[in-house]
Write a protein that binds this ligand. Structure first.
Ligand code: SF4
Length: 288
């Protein structure tokens, strides 16, 4: 089966990836949210200058006709479907309309409360929405994810989605030592109150370009982390990892907090399978 735009999800043969078999769709190329830690900048040219895709809807419809029923489609892994372009062009909304005619499981990953606009369509699909929250501190957020809706808006979106019986998860990703690791409990507590059913957490795993952006934006934090990543840590494929013990301690911390608030938990590409209480890492198990 050869598809054009909804492609089999490719985790670059990451040894730690525990994702179920799924497809991936990016309605736009690039992303205007400008998160400094974004890894997609390392393989998509002019990433921070997003653009529309030619004949998106035609291609989506064609691919939907080829993909087996009940497949999982993850949207998006290398962009945000609810970035500013979507406000203007509504192309992802049109994709959601196409999905209404098929029997797929749709997993949406976003940082934007624009997802609320589409509640009417989401209600009619087998879907879950995972929203990323990394910090509630505005001064950090402004530098870390400069063009995104603020975290309070995202929290509100999680609450409204949950009230509308749309299944929700949180991506607590990435966690940086010395930057946002002191907010883990606050984030978990508040999303639990908002009705979130699953949390997936991951540590920052820079590639060269995202590391440079961290150095420019948070020089003091980068100074503390430099030897941890580049001397004591590991390189896996194109990403640098913190030392294993440090990652384990961070993930154990999130695990224990999630246990305290009775919320299922998993990690993303960390390799600590014993720290898992959710049935899937990406939240797709929520969709039935
Ligand atoms: S929202 Fe996601 S895809 Fe967009 S810049 Fe941020 S990390 Fe990259």
């Amino acid at each position: 089966m050869k598809t054009q735009i909804i492609r089999p999800f490719d985790p670059w043969k990451s040894p730690y990836c525990t994702c179920p078999k799924k497809f991936s769709l990016d309605p736009y190329t690039g992303c205007a949210h400008n998160c400094i830690y974004c890894y997609a900048t390392s393989y998509i040219p002019n990433f921070y200058f997003p653009r529309r895709k030619k004949d998106l809807l035609k291609k989506v419809l064609k691919d939907c006709q080829k993909i087996p029923e009940n497949s999982l489609i993850s949207i998006s892994n290398s962009s945000d479907p609810y970035q500013p372009l979507e406000e203007k062009y509504q192309e992802f909304r049109e994709c959601l309309k196409v999905f209404q005619n098929f029997n797929f499981k749709i997993l949406i990953i976003t940082k934007s409360n624009l997802v609320l606009r589409d509640i009417d369509l989401l209600k009619k699909l087998k879907c879950a929405v995972t929203i990323t929250i990394t910090t509630f501190k505005r001064e950090i957020l402004k530098k870390l994810e400069p063009e995104t809706p603020n975290s309070e808006e995202r929290l509100k979106a999680l609450k409204i989605l949950s009230e509308n019986k749309i299944l929700t998860g949180l991506r607590l990703d990435p966690i940086f030592p010395y930057l946002n690791d002191d907010e883990i409990e606050e984030i978990v507590k508040r999303v639990k109150e908002a009705g979130v059913l699953h949390i997936v957490a991951s540590t920052f795993k820079p590639r060269f370009d995202s590391w440079k952006r961290l150095e420019r934006t948070f020089p003091k934090v980068a100074k503390k982390l430099c030897s941890l990543y580049f001397e004591k840590g590991q390189k896996i494929k194109n990403s640098f990892y913190l030392p294993q013990q440090m990652r384990r301690e961070l993930m154990e911390k999130v695990f224990e907090i999630c246990q305290k608030y009775q919320i299922p938990f998993s990690t993303c590409r960390e390799g600590f399978l014993n720290l898992k209480t959710s049935k899937s890492c990406d939240g797709s198990h929520l969709i039935t």
